[in-house]
Design a protein around this ligand. Structure first.
Ligand SMILES: O=C(O)CCC(=O)C(=O)O
Ligand SMILES: [Fe+2]
Length: 302
């Protein structure tokens, strides 16, 4: 199959791309709600494939365990589940997640010629209203991606069912990707699960005030088959799952074609690290290759 065939969109799929107004909305607000990109049958297959994954099914396993890998296993019990690299370890999930139209939507939003997968995290919030691990504190994804050169990366949040506030859906802080950040320190490059929650809430309020902005929180009410996209500097978080059903989703983190590893010095004299740096091949000048097709496959190319 040629590249053109592999990423070709049908007439119906072309209708699903963001309009010029949608692209302008994303540039202003830092988030975008997609049209229906998956059929109901595809979403149901995501649920089935994720259940097989949770039961232990793998197409292959990571060759090493990177230092900051999120990797829920059943003995952890009924806490929020996060599992990274599911597009690598599960072909049935990858087959669905690598749907070119998702990349084509992201390419429009990011004004990019190519979109590659950066990471995919399978997420499950158990239906336990008081479960503290279900709360996702305010953060923006670029905090974890300091070793990436791009300022245009973005994330598709893909729930496997209708998803609303009762389920603890993802909530965006409107327009926050345009804020200048104050008070960042190296602790922000650690995953939010390892960081102090009240400190993050305080940082959000202080950053908004510094930018003369209000904190406008917009819960993404997402219908089955749709997904929200957010810019890598858009603050977001999510609350409790007070519904009677698990909240199932994938966060599909995406990089534009130009993204590459850069050395980003931290205060302690070391460089920022991403889990890929343990597993991907090297570029000719010895850096981790964020276009390694095994870990960072092309989702769409013009
Ligand atoms: O699971 C959530 O509600 C938030 C996920 C998230 O942080 C992301 O998609 O970047
Ligand atoms: Fe995030």
């Amino acid at each position: 199959m040629t590249t053109t065939e592999r990423f070709a969109l049908s007439e119906q799929e072309l209708e699903l791309l963001p309009s010029d107004e949608d692209v302008a909305f994303y540039a202003e607000h830092g988030w975008y709600m997609s049209k229906k990109l998956f059929t109901d049958a595809e979403v149901d297959e995501l649920v089935a494939a994720s259940e097989r994954y949770y039961a232990g099914a793998r197409s292959r396993r990571l060759p090493v365990r990177p230092p900051r890998l999120a990797y829920w296993t059943p003995e952890r019990g009924d806490v929020q589940r996060h599992n990274d690299y599911v597009h690598y370890e599960s072909d049935p999930l990858a087959k669905l997640l690598l749907k070119p139209v998702i990349g084509a939507v992201a390419a429009r939003l990011a004004a990019a010629e190519e979109i590659r997968v950066f990471q995919s995290t399978l997420i499950y919030k158990p239906p336990v209203s008081g479960e503290p691990s279900n709360i996702v504190p305010w953060h923006f994804d670029k905090h974890y991606w300091a070793s990436s050169s791009s300022e245009n990366m973005l994330t598709a949040f893909i729930p496997f069912h209708d998803c609303d506030e009762d389920m603890g859906t993802i909530t965006m802080v409107d327009g926050s990707h345009r804020w200048t950040e104050i008070g960042a320190d190296d602790s922000t490059t650690r995953h939010f699960a390892e960081r102090d929650r009240s400190q993050l809430e305080r940082m959000l309020v202080e950053n908004a005030a510094y930018n003369g902005a209000d904190v406008r929180k917009i819960p993404m009410v997402i219908a089955k088959g749709h997904m929200s996209f957010h810019h890598c500097r858009t603050y977001h978080g999510s609350g409790a799952n007070t519904s009677a059903r698990p909240r199932r989703a994938v966060s599909l983190h995406l990089q534009d074609g130009a993204n590459e590893f850069r050395e980003f010095p931290l205060a302690d004299g070391t460089f920022a690290f991403y889990n890929h740096d343990s597993v991907v091949r090297k570029t000719s000048d010895g850096r981790p290759d964020y276009s390694d097709p095994d870990y960072c496959p092309v989702l769409w190319r013009r």
